[in-house]
Design a protein around this ligand. Sequence first.
Ligand SMILES: [Zn+2]
Length: 66
Amino acid sequence: MDPEKLYDIVYLQGLCPQCGGPVKELDKDTSSGRDIRLYHCGKCEWSDSIDVGIALWKALSSEKDS
Ligand SMILES: [Zn+2]
């Protein structure tokens, strides 16, 4: 599945792309400057990390630079 679709279904709608069940956010990693979140579905055991955009701290610091 393409990342944009995953972003929409999982991040915006909070649904599992495989079974349509609710997903849970397990982890969040912004150390790379991107906001990467790990999602997991308890129903079908689907799990993936989704890049949801630039991390907040990165967005704020680049705003300061310009
Ligand atoms: Zn599922």
